[in-house]
Design a protein around this ligand. Structure first.
Ligand SMILES: *Cc1c(COP(=O)(O)O)cnc(C)c1O
Length: 467
């Protein structure tokens, strides 16, 4: 028997009543109250509308209501979400590598949400090139003649090799046949770009004469690869960039250097060993240098190619470039990030990756004390401060750790369960387990994120009824 419209509407539960319903209340484990309330309101409004237009003539069951609310919530919550990085690994590939500088927000927004001169020359009113926008700034920062950017450094290496060494031999030291995470292997990249690999030297020692002897008519380039994520120690020898550059020049071959991270700042100021910057690599005679946008540069995911114009012009003609093309948001973020590097002190302050590396042991202790102090009254967990070490990450400086302090947490749950609970916070908190404690390394947590950490933890392990 059909109900009248008024009868159905009168029996529809109110928002407040529904929110108190136990089956709805349990959703608070996953979602904020505001989000649930919004979903409840929308679902009830939809049902009311359907009743008014006579699309439905019966009251929803409790089960249907819950199901529909849950569906709404699922849409609400994105798959890709912000997290708190408590691991202390600064360039954490699984957590998005480097986070961008807040200073570039305005530029990123202006280019993303409006039209731009992406491929339009404002001076002539003619078609322009998206790759032109980085030329001036990189010339200033590195002295490079020309620049090209693609999706990531793997793509950069692929484009360089497939342009310059197609059907030719590529000389690489046996000590530099690197595999970067995600199955990027230098020998395979050379092969898939249509070249042939010629291994020179041995794993631990490669001499200049090894390169000299390997050069033939078929040689297309000498490739030097930064051994980012490992070190060969002990009885070792490798050839300097300068020596290789002289040889390459004499034989009229391009010297390509895959720098991996691509530094713009001398890392000794962070207590890390010196490694050549992009500028130094070019000055020492590399013809082409490639590096990532989102490793130590602290920009967006990108692969940057800098060097001699004659080679980069050839790469611009390569069909492959279209498939590896960088988008405007990335370009905007990259140009704005490079802009910060014009003033080194500003870059260190405002590029999060550099800022995190620059934090001293004492800075970390101060931060840890603050977080622990805020946390203690809010949680039933045991809270203590420990000395520990953070990693640079992203395959950079694999054996150099930075001294830090962590806030360590322990509760009635075991360490794995506690870690999982923190991962399920509204803003997931990613911790590291050591000796049965969950470590939150403050090096990679911005003080502005402390509120989110406290909210997340107190919601699950709070000792106050109002939190
Ligand atoms: C990281 C790295 C790459 C890959 O760079 P992506 O930007 O991750 O594609 C290539 N070569 C070296 C030496 C690296 O360290």
């Amino acid at each position: 028997m059909a109900n009248t419209i008024q009868q159905i509407l009168a029996h529809l539960p109110s928002v407040d009543v529904l929110l108190k319903e136990p089956s709805i209340k349990t959703l608070e484990d996953q979602y904020s109250r505001a989000t649930i309330k919004e979903a409840v309101q929308t679902v009830l409004a939809d049902i009311r509308q359907a009743v008014l237009t006579k699309e439905r003539e019966e009251l929803p069951t409790q089960e249907e209501l819950r199901e529909r609310i849950q569906q709404k919530l699922a849409i609400h919550s994105f798959s890709l979400r912000r997290v708190i990085n408590g691991t202390g690994t600064v360039i954490h590939t699984n957590l998005g590598r480097s986070s961008l500088s807040p200073r570039i927000k305005e530029q990123l927004e202006a280019i993303s949400f409006h039209y731009s001169n992406l491929e339009f020359d404002l001076e002539s009113g003619q078609r322009g090139s998206r790759y032109s926008h980085l030329v001036a700034i990189l010339k200033k920062l590195t002295g490079a003649e020309d620049v090209l950017v693609v999706n990531n450094n793997a793509a950069a290496v692929l484009l360089v090799l497939s342009t310059l060494t197609q059907k030719k031999e590529v000389l690489v030291s046996r000590g530099e046949l690197v595999e970067i995470g995600g199955a990027f292997r230098i020998p395979d990249v050379i092969t898939s770009s249509g070249g042939t690999i010629v291994e020179v030297g041995t794993t631990n020692k490669t001499h200049l004469k090894d390169y000299q002897q390997a050069i033939t008519e078929e040689t297309g380039a000498i490739l030097k690869v930064h051994t980012s994520n490992y070190r060969i120690v002990g009885f070792t020898e490798s050839v300097t960039i300068k020596e290789l550059a002289a040889l390459a020049q004499q034989k009229q071959l391009p010297l390509i250097n895959d720098l991996g991270s691509g530094l713009f700042i001398d890392m000794r100021r962070f207590g890390l060993p010196h490694e050549p910057t992009v500028k130094e690599a070019l000055e020492q005679g590399c013809d082409i240098v490639t590096f990532s946008g989102d490793k130590l540069l602290g920009g967006p995911q990108a692969g940057v190619i800098v060097g001699k114009k004659e080679y980069i012009q050839q790469m611009k003609q390569n069909q492959l470039l279209r498939a590896l093309r960088i988008d405007k948001m990335t370009l905007a973020a990259l140009e704005a990030t490079f802009e910060l590097y014009l003033d080194e002190a500003q870059a260190i302050e405002e590029v999060p990756v550099l800022n995190m590396l620059a934090q001293t042991e004492q800075d970390c202790l101060n931060k840890a004390e603050r977080l622990a102090e805020l946390l203690r009254p809010m949680t039933t967990l045991e809270v203590k401060i420990e000395k520990d070490s953070s990693a640079v990450g992203g395959g950079s400086y694999p054996e150099h750790l930075l001294p830090t302090y962590v806030v360590a947490l322990k509760g009635s749950l075991n360490a794995d369960e506690l870690q999982e609970a923190m991962r399920n916070a509204d803003t997931p908190i990613i911790s590291r387990i050591k000796n049965d404690w969950n470590y939150l390394d403050v090096r990679t947590i911005d003080p502005q994120e402390f509120t989110l950490v406290i909210e997340g933890i107190s919601k699950k392990f709070g000792n106050k009824s109002d939190v």
